[in-house]
Design a protein around this ligand. Sequence first.
Ligand code: PGA
Length: 250
Amino acid sequence: MKQSVKLIAGNWKMNGLAADLDAVIGELTLALQAEPPSCRVAVCPPSTLISRLAGAVRGCPIEVGGQDCRAEAHGAYTGGVSAEMLKDAGAGLVIVGHSERRQEFGETDLLVSAKAEAAIRAGLAPIVCVGETVEQREAGRAVEVVRDQVMNSLPKAVVGRDFAVAYEPVWAIGTGLTPTLAQIEEVHRAVRAAMIERLGLASAPAPILYGGSVKPDNARAILAVPEVGGALVGGASLKAADFLGIIRAA
Ligand code: PGA
């Protein structure tokens, strides 16, 4: 059976200065040029570092992503960054709807959908994040919650375009906890079914990433789960050796 290429994306969150980027990307580019990855690799640094990263990875198989964008293209939104601005700075992807934004900034599925649509409008590939809280999982509602988020956070505009969904259980992010492989498979299958219900079979090539405490030592097992099309990596993407370990597991 043909295996599609996985996507390993690093989410630096609000971490990293120019010197950190130079060190990590210097090490990554050397390693990936010596031995090209068998997966797609993306790094999503803070927006202050996007153009620096775009310059540093020229000629190297590392894609550049933003961590969020506004839905509007421009306007009086102090502090805001639009998808067009990320694209202009050198990004090719953008994460939208990360649970930290849903929780800290009250972002709704409706807003996340508008942001994903803005990404498509600007020519960026959105990585649309979904995931249940610990209370929702304990109440036996994980699949239902994630299904609803997929149905409501994916705009029709993604059909036929490069995009991904990332399943990130909120309780697994930055905690060292991960669901069992069976739980990951259950949710990923439900995400795929919801994507097809919402967007049709044309959405079938889009990868469903797993995110939440992915490390070099659990990456191989997680990436082998059916319907896991890659990983969204937080903490471990800040260290070149750890991120490389995950890339090599894909
Ligand atoms: P983590 O974060 O890998 O540090 O758990 C994942 C994420 O928030 O995307």
